[in-house]
Design a protein around this ligand. Structure first.
Ligand code: ASC
Length: 150
């Protein structure tokens, strides 16, 4: 291969790699499992801080609710990249890979409800936040009941 076509091939390979779904970019299945568990864990931490206010365990602070809802919302789009083909394991039930359309539907539902929680947090109204928080929690539970081993 000439140096020129080598450079062209490298550029083509890089372009392909960045166009591939992130799922294909984990070196090992364990890396994907670690990634999705980490993303879900960070999301849950920030969602939980909103939950503490919703449940009255800590006093309501509108700015805190907003910041945490914002982070949880950003995180909510990430875990799904870690459920690519061949990454069965962790607490994930194998049904995820057999019912990928349903799994995607549930994850999209969670994203949507998290975006609604983020919007509610921006209103600064605790009742709005409570309602939207409950919807997200229900979505978490539906998916966990179906697809997560205890
Ligand atoms: C959380 C968390 C979950 C969900 C779920 C809602 O805060 O870590 O997994 O909410 O408990 O039912």
């Amino acid at each position: 291969m000439s140096p020129r076509s080598l450079v062209q091939a490298s550029i083509a390979a890089l372009a392909l790699a960045s166009a591939l779904p992130a799922a294909a970019q984990f070196a090992k299945p364990e890396d994907a499992i670690k990634y999705r568990q980490s993303a879900l864990s960070v999301m849950a931490a920030h969602f939980g801080r909103v939950g503490a206010m919703v449940n009255g365990r800590v006093p309501f602070d509108a700015a805190m609710a907003q910041q945490n809802a914002e982070i949880a919302t950003m995180m909510s789009s990430l875990p799904w990249q870690g459920f690519g083909a061949g990454t069965e394991g962790g607490k994930a039930k194998p049904e995820i890979w057999k019912e990928s359309a349903k799994f995607k539907e549930l994850s999209d539902d969670m994203n949507k409800k998290m975006v609604a929680l983020n919007a509610a947090a921006k209103t600064g109204n605790l009742d709005n936040i409570k309602t939207a928080f409950g919807a997200v929690g229900g979505s978490c539970k539906t998916c966990h009941d179906a697809y997560r081993n205890q």
